[in-house]
Design a binder for this molecule. Structure first.
Ligand SMILES: [Cu+2]
Length: 73
């Protein structure tokens, strides 16, 4: 298995509960090992197994929860 850790820029959060909601959403994805979202810096650091999911799926899940996420330039 190949674990990857990626930092995403995440926006649309207003408080710590928003960050917690994103982390709970990502925890439900098969292959996501851990994530840490910080609403003050607007970032999500996610570690996942490349063979089981993808960064695209992670971004889609964050958007599905009502927030915006993208890979930094
Ligand atoms: Cu909030």
């Amino acid at each position: 298995m190949a674990s990857r850790t990626v930092e995403l820029e995440t926006s649309g959060m207003h408080c710590a509960s928003c960050a917690m909601l994103i982390d709970m959403t990502l925890a439900d994805i098969t292959g996501v090992e851990s994530s840490r979202t910080d609403h003050t810096s607007g970032s999500t650091i996610v570690t996942f197994d490349d063979a089981e999911t993808s960064i695209e799926a992670v971004i889609e899940a964050i958007r599905g929860a009502g927030y915006e996420a993208s890979l930094p330039e």
